[in-house]
Design a protein around this ligand. Structure first.
Ligand SMILES: Cc1ncc(COP(=O)(O)O)c(C=O)c1O
Length: 371
């Protein structure tokens, strides 16, 4: 059994994709070809934002807005410690300091009630709080109504880390559209993934869009060889854009399948493990289906039982970021973010992809129910 099955999906898009790739090979426009422009306009209308700037990875999609907004040394950017390292890494790469805010125990997303404490912490350390990076963990958008209220009160702008939530929604609005700017990832294992690295940035802000397009190509001015600012090589290549265009044609169908699979899992497993809670008016993109065991030892036991049956599982995330060696210099210690630490000790993810068969789901659930 696969944790994520990309092969079944590939068979569905294979013929149309090969046709598109052949066109790219014939035209020879491998970088910034027409596929990239077409993709950006499709993605912008899917997310409901004025602009979409495609780029080379989810990490660059997070980094570029920080550079565009002039985030740098002396600035604090708030995010959660219960995320993939890229979310905090980009803050450090921009020269600023990550300041962590713990998550809610039920949604695993940034707890808006705790932002004020992190602001105090940042100010005490002599930093200027500038921005908030909430993460839509496992595909579920964060609580943006309350996060916007807090951000406004402290004059922070929001960069939505929608790396895992492309396709998710809240109150009918799509993930990627909730901040001043949103960033997503097209890493192959993501709900919408390409066949390599890729990402995209969404914003309604015209000025930011212009800056992001410049930063994406080495801070280019009128052309690539006049450089107005420090930028990066952050482009998405034409072949990856072609992959994404084809995958978009079946994406909503795939989201429905993920939704159905998550509902089946939750119905069967409710009571055996803590199943994900999706608050009213929210919809998850189900990048992961993650459950909580009663204890660390119970997690080991359940994962081993599944492994014996050839069922793969993963732990996202085993070590919260404030306890990672790379962030020793921030001076955090065990106990600082109790919810993230507890989640790290008990959480694990089950196979999740649109092509999971009912008998596979049944097998996974039976193993867990009898372990
Ligand atoms: C929450 C989160 N942020 C950022 C990233 C970075 O995306 P990428 O791997 O495309 O650079 C990821 C991807 O793994 C992620 O899960």
């Amino acid at each position: 059994m696969q944790f994520i099955d990309l092969l079944s999906q590939k068979e569905r898009i294979r013929t149309a994709l090969l046709h598109r790739i052949e066109g790219i090979l014939d035209r020879g426009q491998f970088i910034m070809g027409p596929e990239v422009t077409e993709l950006e306009s499709r993605l912008a209308s899917y997310v409901g934002s004025r602009h979409c700037v495609s780029c080379s990875s989810g990490t660059d999609a997070l980094l570029m807005p920080l550079l565009a907004k002039g985030i740098g040394p002396g600035d604090a950017v708030l995010t959660t410690p219960f995320t993939f390292v890229a979310t905090a890494e980009v803050i450090s790469l921009a020269g600023a300091t990550p300041v962590f805010v713990d998550v809610s125990p039920d949604t695993f997303n940034m707890d808006p009630d705790l932002v004020g404490y992190a602001i105090d912490d940042a100010v005490q350390r002599g930093l200027k709080p500038k921005a908030l990076i909430p993460v839509d963990l496992f595909g579920l958008p964060a609580d943006y109504d309350r996060l916007h209220a807090v951000a406004d009160a402290y004059r922070l702008w929001i960069l939505e880390d929608a790396a895992q939530s492309f396709g998710g929604s809240f109150n009918g609005r799509k993930a990627g559209s909730f901040g001043l700017v949103g960033a997503t990832s097209f890493f192959p294992a993501k709900p919408l993934g390409c066949y390599g690295d890729g990402g995209a940035i969404f914003t309604d802000d015209d000025e930011l869009d212009t800056l992001l397009r410049s930063i994406r190509v080495h801070g280019s001015g009128v052309d690539k060889y006049s450089n107005d600012r420090i930028g990066i090589n952050g482009r998405l290549d034409s072949i990856q854009a072609a992959v994404l265009l084809e995958k978009l044609t079946i994406f909503d169908e795939e989201l429905d399948a993920r939704q159905r699979i998550a509902a089946l899992y939750s119905k069967r497993l409710h009571g055996r493990v803590a199943v994900p809670r999706i608050p009213e008016h929210y919809s998850s993109a189900w990048a992961q289906y993650s459950v909580l065991a009663a204890s660390n030892a119970e997690r080991e036991r359940l994962m081993l039982a599944l492994q014996r049956e050839g069922i793969p599982t993963m732990i996202y995330y085993k070590i919260p970021l404030h306890l990672q060696k790379a962030y020793d210099f921030l001076g955090y210690k065990a106990g600082d973010f109790a919810i993230s630490e507890d989640l790290s000790s008990r959480i694990f993810s089950l196979p999740m992809h649109p092509y999971l068969e009912d008998d596979e789901i049944d097998h996974i659930c039976s193993v867990l129910l009898h372990a």
